[in-house]
Design a binder for this molecule. Structure first.
Ligand SMILES: Nc1ncnc2c1ncn2[C@@H]1O[C@H](COP(=O)(O)OP(=O)(O)O)[C@@H](O)[C@H]1O
Ligand SMILES: [Mg+2]
Length: 139
């Protein structure tokens, strides 16, 4: 299980980051952490695109979950920002998505739910946005 990190100064550099990470996405869930505006949805756009999908990627802040079809199977893209309790997260039926065979789940703002997940089942991508850089940590 590699720990990878990247330092970004431009939007275009996401492309190389995603290209490097794709072979390491061996687990069915990716937690995406970082402040508002860090680049979580931008990363997801690039990933979905590099996985061969032309589906439009948008922030699921209000929809809670978006679905994309890719060459590597279905991707469910969650944003739990507006959910405040575990009950609310279970209320959107998240387990059915997470348990779907072959589906890959990306979860923005996963903190409210992450205690429910098995360590070996997910990756984490953390984006730290400072004045000059975006520091990205993956494991
Ligand atoms: N590496 C980067 N360099 C410069 N701007 C970026 C970078 N990554 C993302 N952005 C910009 O930051 C803004 C917020 O990105 P977004 O992906 O919506 O953040 P989040 O989903 O984490 O709230 C967008 O305008 C996006 O173009
Ligand atoms: Mg977002």
């Amino acid at each position: 299980m590699p720990n990878l990190s990247f330092k970004l100064t431009t939007l275009a550099q996401w492309s190389e980051v995603v290209k490097t990470l794709i072979p390491h996405l061996t687990r069915p869930i990716l937690l995406l952490k970082g402040n508002l505006g860090a680049g979580k949805t931008t990363f997801t756009k690039e990933l979905v695109s590099q996985l061969g999908s032309t589906d439009p990627v948008s922030s699921p802040t209000y929809a809670l979950v978006n679905t994309y079809q890719t060459a590597k199977g279905k991707i469910y893209h969650f944003d739990l920002y507006r959910l405040n309790s575990l009950e609310e997260v279970y209320g959107i039926g998240i387990e059915e998505y997470l348990d779907e065979p072959g589906a890959f789940c990306i979860i923005e703002w996963p903190e409210v739910f992450e205690s429910e997940l098995d360590q070996g089942n997910f990756h984490e991508l953390k984006i730290e946005n400072t004045q000059q850089f975006r520091d990205v940590f993956f494991n």
